[in-house]
Structures are given as C-alpha cells and as structure tokens.
Write a protein that binds this ligand. Structure first.
Ligand code: ZN
Length: 159
C-alpha cells in the first residue's frame, strides 16, 4: 500500500500512449493497489496509470457505486451525448464542460487477465471515457467546447 505522486499537466508523459499489459503478476497488482490508494487519497473518481508515471493501459474507477479495475480497456459501444463539468487530478483546481456519451460499454481485463464487459451511464460513462482517453495521451482540456463555456458564463455560471 502506497500513495504515488500524481503527475500534472506540465509533465510530457501525459501525452504519451500507454502500452498494453501482458503480464498479470505481482508488479501489476502492486500498481493497482497503489493506484487505488492514490485515487481515494486524492478523492478522485478515476485514475489512469500514466498519471502515476506508468505507461500501462491500466485504469481504476469509483464513482461511488463500487471500485473497478480496468486493464487494457476498450470502448465497444456508446450512445447518447451529454455536456457536463469535468476535472482531472492532473489539472488540480481546474474544470470545464466536455461532451461525452451518456452510455458506454467497455471491454476490459481484470487483475487476473479475465475479460469482461462493463457498462456505465452518466458520470460512470464519462469517467470511463476520460480515463481511457488518458491511455492515448488525450486530456479533457483537448475536448472542452468553448461555445458551451460561453453559454454557461452568459447564464451566470454554475459554481
Ligand atoms: Zn484525468
């Protein structure tokens, strides 16, 4: 059990593509356990391995309905769209509105290498998309819709 340092946006590693996990061993489990501790400690709802400096396709998520580990995740289905506020542990104190699907189905392995399907709606769908983007070097700030931000300002803000 250990809290790892979360890298911030200035670190170029966040723009790199993570590699698939091939070995489901102690080293992976240690990484997962540390990521879990780090996510809860920092009060995040999701964390990708690249955010603790490991270029591996590993994600942990907990939007309040249970802890999930996703290894080599892939979105296989999505539908709907919703614009909502989003933030990132690698951009502390910042947030913006991003359009995401309202539903996603994700194929991922667990810590023992078994494949399974996971579904998410609303915040969970958003979180899956956000974390899987991290594995390809994509940050939510790449997806902020400026017009949307303007509308929100005109409406008097929501903070
Ligand atoms: Zn993030």
């Amino acid at each position: 059990m250990a809290i790892r340092k979360v890298v911030t946006v200035e670190d170029p590693i966040l723009r790199k593509t993570s590699r698939p996990v091939e070995r489901f061993n102690d080293k992976l489990w240690q990484l997962l356990d540390d990521m879990k501790d780090t996510m809860y400690k920092t009060q995040g709802v999701g964390l990708a391995a690249v955010q603790v400096g490991m270029l591996r396709r590993v994600v942990v998520v907990d939007v309040g309905d249970g802890y999930l580990e996703l290894i080599n995740p892939e979105i296989v289905e999505m539908s709907g769209e919703e614009i909502s506020e989003e933030g990132c542990l690698s951009l502390p104190g910042e947030s913006g509105k991003v359009k995401r699907p309202t539903y996603v189905k994700v194929k991922a392995q667990n810590r023992n290498g078994a494949w399974r399907m996971l579904e998410g709606t609303g915040l969970k769908a958003r979180c899956f998309c956000h974390e899987i983007d991290h594995l390809d070097g994509i940050l939510y700030i790449d997806k902020i819709i400026p017009e949307t931000a303007d509308d929100i300002l005109k409406a008097g803000g929501n903070k």
